[in-house]
Design a protein around this ligand. Structure first.
Ligand code: ADP
Ligand code: MG
Length: 736
């Protein structure tokens, strides 16, 4: 949100949705308020996100509308007692003031199975309805008066059916039909036909089904939430006179010193100022081998200090940590819609009205035209109404997406949306940036060549002063080398970056350059034959030369080398095995250097000496052969990342978060293969789910129309399909 925009964003959790269509109800209900745009309600995560114009509608009015629709605002601050969420307990409302923070601490209801049944209202209703059903059956079979058994059935119907009917009526007010309304009509119809037992059975089975589903769902939700709820609430800081005090993380400012003991979790992002320790970063990177940290290294909130004592200077406040960004990202990814879901939603929208109209026709036409008995066809149309709920179909996609995103997150792969999750599996080719992607991106200065005019130190000084303005890994290495040698650096008065070429800057009246041959060709600075052959020699060693000059001529050359990422070869190998057709390295570096690296990685294709815009063209060329992925670090490859069908970012999470569709947090390239595989599995689970739910619907529609299926079986089929679809989607989260 920019400061000038009048729109505000509201993001919250909603309780009481038992089916995908509830999400539609909330959307439709909010749509009617003025000044609301971009509403997105996701059943699978119980989340609501919308933009609103505060001058037209207040936050309170939005919350009130949600409550009148019959849902609860599950506001998520640490102070909330475990709520009776999930079921249709509309009476229970937790309305806490909303915070516009990036991270919301989610206090999840971690009920045990047993507590769930005791405390959840829907669950209680199921038990009571079951009891009514059993007592009704018993009295019926003992041939006691019919009013007694009907009484028991009636109690069952009312106890369990109340919440259903209430939700159904809400729908009717919006001129929409959801499963609650359809079930209500069916049950009332059954009672009218004198089938009290069947009515009670339908209510019981339906409540049982939705409750079971809420239960399975909330367990996965909790698992995913706990995955992300990994930062401690308090931390120890050194304050006045170096006293250690433990305070809430929100109170800690940038620049304060945290003390972290072995076995403690890091509470905030920071830089180690003293001590040594191994840190388990798996909670955010998925990488299980601990990393050694010492003075000057970055540590991240949510990671676990294992062996030593550390003092860490805080660099980001609690709302701003890497893990906070990750949590935010994952939350919005889960609520984004995959392409398949958009299709499914549209289908569900027309499916229900069509079936309702058919049900009415089924009641009227056979009796009126073919003189068939009315009660038989009325009953069949009730069955049809039950089958008209597209519930399983509607949840089939989101449930799979949510659990796949959960699985990916636990591996340190962040998908920014459902879109990427569907695209990754279709990849035909992947292009890799070289520096910072296939290589570690931590080049080091190997040698500084002077040309006699200035000393090597002076060459390094000029290079480093210029490069202070650049984010490029080569630039950082040059600056680091100068600092290590204790050279005092100045900042140029003005500077210009030439992406893929180098940088220039002004000191006093003199203009200086640092970069590659292209930069020098552009600036018409001639290079002698002996220099050119020296450059070739450096490149044949696999090193990258950075030429340093003033506007009068070359002053010296800084040669740098960058190691390969250790896992790069393995990553390339497994991607090849997964059947990806083309794996290409794209680099702005020279052909010699590129060839050497390609050979080490067993990559058959590489394109060297590319400018950022050339990389983009290469991507566009690859797109002719199918879906293309681009893997990069965001430096000099942002246009190419944007042009690819799906982009993966490694390295610095800050830039990567903005540019790429998928972020590999631990920069482990092997996770690419995992992401592709997960995506393929997700797509196939979604397909299975969609096909399964459509086929069962069609089958039961047919059977119901010809009277082979009763109400109870139709309900069983409906909730059963939903449960199977849910369980199938959850598999993605469980599997590793
Ligand atoms: P890649 O990441 O594919 O290696 P880049 O586009 O980042 O390619 O860089 C290409 C080449 O441009 C580098 O090898 C280097 O020669 C030159 N270059 C880019 N930026 C700088 C810089 N800031 N200083 C010196 N050379 C640079
Ligand atoms: Mg790069």
């Amino acid at each position: 949100m920019t400061a000038t925009s009048p729109l505000k964003t509201l993001q919250t959790k909603i309780g009481g949705m038992d089916c995908g269509s509830c999400a539609k109800t909330v959307e439709a209900g909010l749509q009617k308020l003025p000044g609301i745009t971009d509403i997105n309600v996701v059943f699978a995560t119980e989340s609501l996100r919308l933009n609103y114009d505060p001058q037209q509608v207040s936050e309170k009015a939005i919350f009130d509308r949600i409550k009148t629709l019959g849902y609860t605002i599950e506001q998520t601050t640490a102070a909330i007692p475990p709520s009776e969420d999930s079921g249709c307990s509309h009476e229970h409302e937790h309305h806490h003031h909303h915070q516009h923070s990036t991270v919301e601490k989610t206090q999840k209801t971690n009920l045990t199975n047993w507590e769930f049944w005791i405390r959840n209202r829907r669950a209680q209703a199921v038990i009571l309805a079951g009891l009514g059903l059993v007592l009704g059956l018993l009295t019926q079979h003992l041939a006691l008066p019919i009013w007694l058994s009907r009484g028991f059935y009636g109690i069952g119907i009312i106890v369990a059916g109340f919440a259903i009917a209430r939700a159904g009526l809400m729908e009717l007010r919006l001129w929409r039909a959801d499963m609650n309304l359809l079930m209500t009509i069916s049950v009332i119809g059954a009672v009218i036909l004198g089938d009290w037992f069947e009515g009670a059975l339908v209510v019981f089975l339906f409540s049982l089904g939705t409750t079971l589903q809420t239960f399975t769902f909330s367990r996965t939700r909790n698992a995913i939430a706990s995955l992300m709820d990994i930062t401690p609430a308090t931390a120890t800081v050194k304050r006045d006179n170096n006293q250690e005090v433990t305070v809430r993380v929100e109170e800690i400012q940038v620049g304060e010193i945290l003390t972290i003991r072995p076995g403690q979790k890091v509470a905030l992002d920071g830089i180690v100022v003293s001590g040594n320790s191994a840190i388990d970063q798996s909670p955010i990177t998925g990488e299980s081998i601990p990393e050694d940290k010492q003075k000057g290294d970055r540590v991240f909130a949510g990671t676990l200090n294992q062996t030593g004592f550390l003092e860490v200077q805080v660099t980001h406040t609690a709302n701003d940590t890497t893990v906070a960004k990750i949590v935010h990202l994952v939350e919005s990814a889960q609520s984004s819609r995959a392409p398949t879901q958009q299709w499914v939603d549209k289908f569900a929208e027309i499916y229900t009205p069509i079936v309702i109209v058919s049900a009415i026709a089924l009641t009227l036409i056979p009796p009126l035209i073919f003189a068939q008995p009315l009660d038989v066809w009325f009953y069949r149309s009730l069955v049809m109404l039950v089958i008209a709920c597209p519930c399983a179909l509607v949840i089939s996609t989101p449930v799979s997406i949510v659990s796949a995103i959960g699985a990916a997150t636990s591996q340190g792969i962040l998908f920014k949306g459902g879109n990427g999750l569907e695209t990754a599996g279709k990849l035909q080719s992947i292009a890799f940036d070289k520096t910072g992607t296939l290589t570690q991106g931590k080049p080091t200065v190997k040698k500084v060549y002077d040309l006699g005019e200035l000393s090597a130190n002076a060459v390094l000084l000029i290079g480093a002063c210029l490069e202070r303005r650049s984010e490029h890994p080569l630039a950082k290495a040059i600056v680091a080398q100068a600092e290590a040698e204790g050279i005092e650096l100045e900042t140029p008065e003005s500077f210009t970056a030439y992406p893929g070429k180098g940088i220039s800057g002004k000191f006093g009246n003199n203009l200086y350059f640092a970069g590659n041959r292209r930069l020098f060709a552009d600036q018409n600075i001639a290079l002698s034959a002996s220099i050119l052959s020296l450059l070739d020699d450096i490149e044949k060693l696999g090193q990258t030369p950075v030429l340093v000059s003033s506007n009068r001529g070359l002053l010296g050359i800084i040669a740098l080398a960058d190691g390969l990422r250790l896992e790069a070869g393995e990553a390339v190998h497994s991607l090849k095995q997964m059947g990806l057709k083309r794996l290409v390295m794209l680099t702005g570096d020279r052909t010699f250097v590129a060839a050497q690296i390609a050979e080490q990685l067993n990559l058959s294709e590489y394109k060297a000496e590319l400018l950022p815009e050339d990389k983009l063209q290469e991507i566009q060329a690859l797109r002719k052969f199918g879906t293309v992925g681009m893997v990069g670090d965001g430096i000099n490859d942002a246009p190419a990342l944007a042009a690819a069908d799906i982009s993966f970012a490694v390295g610095g999470i800050d830039i990567a978060l903005e540019t790429a569709d998928v972020v590999l947090v631990g920069s482990d390239l092997r996770k690419l293969a995992y992401a592709v595989d997960l995506s393929r599995r997700t797509v196939s689970v979604i397909q299975q789910n969609v096909i399964f739910s459509i086929v069962t619907k069609a089958l039961f529609l047919l059977l119901g129309t010809f009277g082979f299926v009763g109400l109870a079986v139709a309900v069983l089929a409906d909730t059963g399909t939903s449960l199977i679809v849910t369980a199938n989607g959850m598999r993605l989260f469980r599997s590793k």
